[in-house]
Write a protein that binds this ligand. Structure first.
Ligand code: F0G
Length: 380
């Protein structure tokens, strides 16, 4: 009998493409290696024939894609002797930072917008022992404070402005290429700070470059920390498509938004930190930005759960909501191969899910006839 090698996280797996040394102490919770699931039922409801895959990043250890970046950021912070990390967050970054800090035995300070983060995320940060600072203001206000305080206090910022974050997150693109044997034609993501769309572009670009070459385009993104040195298996890169929530869509407005609002609290961001990178990604990949209303986002979240059994949080569903619209309109052409990133797990935000669920919960007595009646009434 042969045994599969134990998976020990993305730094171990992609060590040759990440800025770590042989003796670096790796802080990992086994992140990455998430499923790429081909949708079977939703494509049948569309007007064009396309293949849609979802990259279910909600299955990372803390339930979001942030773990890919956090394993790198915390590993490097510890290597550099840092005893504390800090971030502003709409929830998922704080949950991830708290977990990896706990694992490393250092302190996490997290600044979250008061009353505007999903309950699951708050529960995680609290359980994992972070110092939680609820800011009377939005994510952008918290981010401003974090940048300023890090200039004076002995804390390492682990928001995606930390270049190691994007290095970790680029591995999602590696996994997709390795599973499909090619890059998709379109890669659709929800966009908040635009770190993740940038990280994916770095990943795709590294794979697409010629053997032994340094990646010239993508290197502009990595602040010199990338150590990739070639190994091409694909020549093409996808068009990158970023969807924002209508009430928080600075890339659509062409300027920062001061009072962002959306039910998708994870992307309730008006001042994206990777503004310039994201425009460069759009230009280089020949992709686009678009927006989805809260209604479209929630409808896509529900459709995905009902038709495919996949539960993601509202922000994540923006990728599918936008992709479905662009397939139907013909902007994404027939026979395309599309990947949508589902950035976070549905269990992060049970309140929003229960609020929009239309399925009745049927209360019965503990009696067989009542169970039987319920079954007969509800058999499809
Ligand atoms: N989806 C989810 C579930 C997120 O939590 C975020 C960002 C995004 C999408 C957008 O990714 O910022 O790289 O464009 N959440 C951050 C946080 C801001 O604090 O958890 P981005």
């Amino acid at each position: 009998m042969t045994f599969r090698k134990r998976y020990t996280g993305l730094i171990d797996h992609y060590r040759d493409r990440l800025p770590v040394h042989d003796d670096t102490r790796i802080i990992s919770l086994g992140e990455g290696n998430t499923p790429l699931i081909k949708l079977h039922n939703i494509p049948d409801t569309l007007e064009k024939d396309v293949d849609i895959y979802v990259k279910y990043e909600g299955l990372n250890p803390t339930g979001s894609f942030k773990d890919r970046g956090m394993t790198m950021a915390v590993t490097k912070a510890v290597e550099e002797g840092s005893k504390a990390i800090i971030c502003a967050s709409t929830g998922n970054t704080s949950a991830s930072a708290a977990a990896y800090a706990a694992r490393a035995g250092i302190t996490a300070f997290v600044l979250i917008p008061d009353g505007k983060i999903a309950q699951g995320k708050l529960a995680q940060a609290m359980m994992e022992g972070a110092v939680v600072l609820q800011v009377n203001g939005n994510f952008d206000a918290g981010m401003r404070l974090v940048k300023e305080v890090a200039e004076h206090a002995p804390v390492t910022i682990v928001n995606s402005i930390n270049p190691y974050r994007l290095q970790g997150q680029k591995t999602a693109a590696f996994e997709i290429i390795e599973e499909l044997g090619r890059a998709p034609d379109y890669h659709c993501l929800p966009v908040g700070n635009a770190g993740n769309i940038t990280a994916h572009w770095i990943g795709y670009s590294e794979y697409a470059c010629a053997d032994g070459d340094k990646v010239t385009d993508a290197c502009a993104f990595c602040n010199g920390v990338c150590k990739f040195a070639g190994g091409s298996i694909v020549g093409a890169r996808p068009k990158m498509v970023g969807y924002q929530a209508s009430g928080s869509a600075p890339f659509m407005r062409g300027e920062m938004v001061d009072n962002p609002e959306t039910v998708a609290t994870a992307i309730r961001i008006g001042h994206p930190q990777s503004w310039d990178y994201a425009w460069k990604v759009r230009e280089e990949s020949d992709g686009w930005f678009d927006e989805c209303t809260d209604e479209e986002i929630l409808a896509a979240q529900k459709l995905l759960a009902e038709k495919e059994g996949i539960f993601c949080e509202p922000a994540s569903a923006a990728s599918l909501a936008g992709a479905m619209r662009d397939v139907n309109s013909g902007k994404i052409p027939e026979n395309s191969c599309i990947v949508c990133t589902l950035t976070g797990h549905g269990l992060k935000d049970p309140d929003t899910a229960i609020k929009q669920s239309t399925r009745p919960v049927i209360s019965i007595e503990a009696k067989m006839d009542q169970v039987k009646t319920a079954i007969l009434d509800n058999l499809a």
